[in-house]
Design a protein around this ligand. Structure first.
Ligand code: FE2
Ligand code: FE2
Length: 193
């Protein structure tokens, strides 16, 4: 799925469903971070008009997702907890190239975003197929479709704007790295846990 090297054990969905308040809090903050990342990409690369346009739409959509999750939390009588550290994303952030040319750093940030979208999409799929809660099943199915579109957008921009990166080769490196990394996860009630 989306080139991912390792698929999530469906039993992770049972862990997630055992603590919905926690998974929903973690999820809400994932959406907020996705919006922030889109805004950072816009801020740092504002010369690319079509990127600014598309990522503005994505930032809005991610904050709509944030609001949807927060609404579910409220409706169910849960409390939105403080922002959670995302160890998985922090590891990917470390892998991202920050040196080299400005364009190389730009392309790698797009691939970083595509990678997170790909795994999030896969996790939402596992939730939509395995949890028993009917409302959340449908909710995660819809989000899976949306994050798959974001994944495609980020990867296509990386291919469109590259001038000094072999994007296909670098994307393979990302997939290899992520495939190793994700082996230590799948045990916690967090979207990337
Ligand atoms: Fe989202
Ligand atoms: Fe997304």
């Amino acid at each position: 799925m989306l080139g991912l090297k390792l698929l999530t054990d469906p039993r992770w969905a049972n862990i997630a469903e055992s603590n919905l308040e926690e998974i929903l809090t973690d999820h809400a903050w994932c959406e907020q971070k996705a919006a922030s990342n889109a805004i950072t990409l816009i801020t740092n690369n504002s010369e690319h008009e079509d990127l600014v346009h598309e990522l503005a739409a994505i930032a809005i959509e991610e904050m709509e997702h944030f609001k949807m999750v927060v609404d579910i939390i409220k409706k169910r009588g849960y409390t939105l907890g403080r922002e959670r550290a995302d160890d998985y994303v922090n590891q990917l952030f470390k892998f991202m190239k920050k040196d080299g040319s400005r364009n190389q750093a730009f392309i790698d940030r797009l691939l970083f975003a595509a990678m997170i979208e790909a795994r999030s999409c896969e996790r939402f799929r596992v939730l939509s197929q395995n949890i028993k809660d009917e409302e959340l099943k449908k909710f995660y199915y819809d989000l899976m479709v949306s994050e798959a579109n974001h994944y495609t957008t980020f990867l296509n921009f990386a291919k469109q704007y590259t001038i000094d990166v072999d994007v296909d080769k670098r994307w393979k490196e990302w997939l290899e790295f992520e495939g190793e990394l994700i082996q230590s996860y799948g045990k916690k009630e967090a979207i990337h846990g």
